[in-house]
Design a protein around this ligand. Sequence first.
Ligand code: MSP
Length: 650
Amino acid sequence: MKYYITTPIFYPNSSPHIGTAYTTVAADTLARYHRLLGDQVYFLTGTDENAQKIVRTAEANNTDPKVYVDGVVERFKDLWRALEISNDDFIRTTEERHQSVVQLIFTKLYEQGDIYKSEYSGWYCTPCETFWMENKLIDGKCPNADCGRDVELLKEESYFFRLSKYQGALLKYIEEHPEFIQPVSRRNEMIKFIEGGLEDLCVSRTTFQWGIKVPFDPKHVVYVWLDALINYISALGYPDGQKYQQYWPADVHIMGKDIVRFHAIIWPIILMAIDIPLPKVIYGHGWYLTKDGGKISKSRGNVQDSFALIQRYGSDAIRYFLLREMQVGTDGTYSEDNIVERLNSDLANDFGNFVSRSLAMIVKYREGIVPHPGQDGPLELELKALSSEVKKIVNQSLEGCDPASALEGIWRFVGRCNKYVDETAPWTLAKKEDQKERLDTVLYTFVECIRIMAILTAPFMPGLPTRICSLLGNDEKLIRWEEADQWGIIDSGIQVQKGEPLFPRIDVSQYLTEEETKTVDQSQMESIENEVAKTALEFEPIKEEISIEEFSKVDLRVGKVLSAEKVEKTDKLMKLEVEISGEIRTIVSGIAKHYSPDDLINQYVVVVANLKPTKLRGITSQGMILAASQGEVLEVLMINKELPGGSRVK
Ligand code: MSP
């Protein structure tokens, strides 16, 4: 079976954030699942580059739009790599292979009378790249619920696409294909919208030149949405490409709820007009919102660096969080606390703990050799039945583009495995000579449970199978979907290892907000943050006398600051990369209120070089830099002569 899945193509006007990543991670999970089923999968993502907002952002940055997007596109690609996204292609709408198909389709629609020239007089929302008629505006602003921003009045010669002509045919199609728009809440919204009447759509602009030119009237550029939607077939080489023949129609276009309207109305009408089949499913998921229900957006200053999050918690944990927290038909709540909570409870406590403690018992009681099992008892039979049930739940949920329910099902199995350990109490069996065979059965069942957990979670957390297989004798062949409810697959006699914890628990004091952290570990934070909040001139009492020998234990060195950046979510902490004797150290220091990164880069500071490393906000700080402070004033000690990093300070 072939399986063609797409994400929307992203506007590269700013770097992707963790909310934007949801669609791509969900699509990747479905693609990986179908590969495990043995399907021939084609998974497409890319960037939507011909938007007016790209021109605006590039202008604001004093750059050429192409130069600007080239930079941001790399950030998207980097993020997808960091999240282990397995896309087969990445299309950019500035590529020739896309532009020629858009021009071909535009010309065809014009020649057959579906596109005609007239004049557009109305409003345009550049952030949403959407035309609005006056009567749709709310208080003169964009009526889009997630937007509400200013709109601009346009009056220009334009080409129009006869959406109205296809209204009846589209409604009929939607009614006859209940699976076409999912979930059902979005389907109902779309039906209502279409029944309200479709107006012809303005599909060209003349007031800027960035975009794909209308071939027979080059002062017009093609409207960005018409251009963008076509990526789903241009990437396959429409009209005669082999991939187009093989993969079209798409099995799923997955996207956020805000853009279902374009995919469920404009896109099918384009396809009807050029007479090619419609995609099978258009799936609109919810949004990740902040705890207070707001959007994650740069302008609200709540965008966290996705790369830092991945570095802190690992790609698998971030993927797990995103997929688990977004329930069908609703929005998900994004916060770092939620990530840590999921990681600690679901991944470290439930999943990781089962794997470590069961493997540790095999190591302890059977020297790491998987024993031959005896007869199954009722508990083993129950686990076997549950694995079949859970595999079905996962199949059904993923067919319905619902990773959260699939994971919920898998965690029923994980929970049952943990309960099995307590019920069978191998530590008691190990003490009784006549229970040897029973203990063998239990230990064997443990490795089978681990294998099944690895298979079931493989589409969601692609880093896990390899790590688990390395504990189970490095046999990658253990990850076969069809064997997720089969038992007795692992050979007795193989050697297993306990290994490192799969998901180390996160110490909450590393990520809490500054105020919260103070209550967790007051002294640690205060020594680092230098009591800058004190306003009164209160000098600290001189500390107890020490000997010269004791002082000489403190190894002070000159360090050259190579880079500096503020630590997110704090206003005091600065992360520095400091060179000492050729070694590069990371040092977190409470100086961010007093220095900007540029003040520090290339300066020589004094470092306590033999201080035990400590973790601050998840960052391991390998030393401390010296600063003088009193009340609100703080000055970092700097060496003005160019003494190389590593020189002693005595
Ligand atoms: N370029 C158009 C899509 C054209 S497809 C032919 C576009 N781009 S976008 O960059 O603005 O959005 C891309 C996707 O990211 C959309 O599916 C959108 O819903 C999704 N998300 C953006 N922010 C999001 C969250 N905070 N949470 C979940 N998804 C979000 O629209």
